[in-house]
Design a protein around this ligand. Structure first.
Ligand SMILES: Nc1ncnc2c1ncn2[C@@H]1O[C@H](COP(=O)(O)OP(=O)(O)OP(=O)(O)O)[C@@H](O)[C@H]1O
Ligand SMILES: [Mg+2]
Length: 329
C-alpha cells in the first residue's frame, strides 16, 4: 500500500476526522482494486459498509413518501436510487479522478470549510460521449459522500400545461434544499437545450432560465449533479452556474485495460492473458462497451463449463460487439 496514503490515513485517525478517514479508506479500496486485488478490495469494502454512517440524512431511505409530486396527477418528480444499488467503481484519467475526489473531499470537509467562510463544490456538471460513465459518476459521488441519490424524473416533470414544468422544477429544488441529497438531473439537455437553437423558443427558453436561476439560488447541504452527452447543449450561461464542469472522455488504452481487469476481478482469468493487446483492439470504445465485452466473455466461459476466462472468450465477445456496430450502421 502507498506510504503517503498510509500517513494521511493515520493523520486523519489521529485528528479524529471521521469523514476524512472514510474517504481515505475508500481510496485504499480503489487502489487495491486498481492493483488487481479485487477480492481484497471487496473484503475491505464490506468492512467499510459495516461502519455506522454519521447521521442519516433527513429524507434518506424510507422517506420516499415525502418526495415531491407533480401538480395535476401527483406523480413522483424524484426517484431515489437505493444505496445498495449504487455502482461506484470507476476507471478514469488521473486528472478527472482527482477532480471527482476533490468534490468528495470538499463535501466531507464542509464544516471545516464553512468555518473559514468557504463552500464546497456543490453544483457539478458531467459531460462527455455516451457510455463513458456520467450516470456512474453521479452514483459514485452519492456513494462516496453518503448522500441519497435522487434522480429527477423528466417524464413527470415536463408538463404540457403552461407553467406547470416551472412549478414542478421549483418543487424539486425546494425539496433538495430541505433534504440533503445528491440531486441528479441525468440527460439534463432534455430541459436545458442550447439557447442558440433557433427552434428553441418560448416555454423551453423559460424553463432553461428557471433552471439557471434555481441552480444559482441553490443553498442546500447536498450536491446538484447534471449530466449530458450533448456538448452542443452546453450553453455558456449554464456552464457558469456550475462549480465544477467535468468532461469524462472515452477511455485510453490503459484505462480500457483497467476496466477489463476490474470487471473481471471476481473471476479467474487465464494467466498469460494479453490484456494490453486486447485493450488496443478495443480502442475507441466506451467504458460501457468494454464492460459489456468483459461480462459477455465471462458468461461465455461459464456457459461452456469453464472456470477460467480466456483471451479467446474476450476476443469472441469483442467480435460480436463489432458485428453489432456494423449491423447498426
Ligand atoms: N469510466 C468508467 N469506469 C468504469 N466503468 C465504466 C466507465 N464508464 C462506463 N462504465 C461502465 O459502463 C456502464 C454505463 O455507463 P454510464 O451509464 O455511466 O454511461 P453514461 O456516460 O451515463 O452514458 P449515456 O450517455 O448513454 O447516459 C457503467 O455502469 C459501467 O459498468
Ligand atoms: Mg447516463
Amino acid at each position: 500500500m502507498n506510504s503517503q496514503l498510509l500517513k494521511r490515513l493515520f493523520r486523519a485517525i489521529q485528528s479524529g476526522s471521521g469523514p476524512d478517514v472514510e474517504v481515505l479508506c475508500r481510496k485504499v479500496v480503489e487502489d487495491e482494486r486498481k492493483a488487481g486485488h479485487g477480492r481484497v478490495a471487496e473484503d475491505l469494502e464490506r468492512i467499510l459498509e459495516k461502519v455506522p454512517k454519521p447521521s442519516p440524512a433527513p429524507g434518506g431511505p424510507g422517506t420516499l413518501t415525502r418526495l415531491p409530486t407533480s401538480g395535476r396527477d401527483a406523480a413522483p418528480l424524484l426517484q431515489e436510487v437505493p444505496r445498495d444499488q449504487l455502482r461506484h467503481h470507476m476507471v478514469l484519467p488521473e486528472e478527472v479522478e482527482r477532480r471527482f475526489r476533490r468534490i468528495e473531499k470538499e463535501y466531507a470537509a464542509r464544516t471545516r470549510l464553512a468555518a473559514h467562510g468557504l463552500h464546497p463544490r456543490q453544483r457539478i456538471l458531467l459531460h462527455g460521449p455516451p457510455g463513458c460513465g456520467k450516470s456512474l459518476g453521479a452514483e459514485r459521488l452519492a456513494w462516496n459522500t453518503g448522500l441519497p441519490l435522487l434522480k429527477v424524473r423528466f417524464d413527470t416533470l415536463l408538463s404540457s400545461y403552461f407553467g406547470e414544468t416551472h412549478s414542478n422544477l421549483r418543487k424539486v429544488f425546494d425539496s433538495a434544499e430541505t433534504t440533503p441529497c445528491a440531486l441528479f438531473l441525468d440527460e439534463c439537455d432534455t430541459l436545458a437545450r442550447s439557447r442558440t437553437d433557433r427552434n428553441d423558443v418560448g416555454e423551453a427558453t423559460r424553463i432553461t432560465n428557471a433552471l439557471l436561476e434555481m441552480l444559482e439560488a441553490y443553498r442546500g447541504d447536498g450536491l446538484v449533479i447534471a449530466a449530458t452527452n450533448l456538448d452542443s447543449a452546453l450553453d455558456s450561461a449554464l456552464i457558469r452556474r456550475f462549480d465544477e464542469v467535468l468532461r469524462i472522455p472515452l477511455p485510453s488504452t490503459s484505462e480500457i485495460e483497467g476496466i477489463l481487469k476490474s470487471t473481471l476481478s471476481a473471476v479467474i482469468t487465464e494467466k498469460s492473458l494479453p490484456w494490453w493487446h486486447l485493450a488496443l483492439e478495443m480502442d475507441g470504445m466506451s467504458g460501457s462497451e468494454v464492460t459489456q465485452i468483459a461480462r459477455n466473455a465471462a458468461k461465455h466461459a461459464v456457459l461452456e463449463g469453464r472456470k477460467v476466462v480466456t483471451g479467446d472468450d474476450l476476443r469472441f465477445a469483442l467480435t460480436e460487439i463489432h458485428e453489432r456496430h456494423h449491423q447498426a450502421i
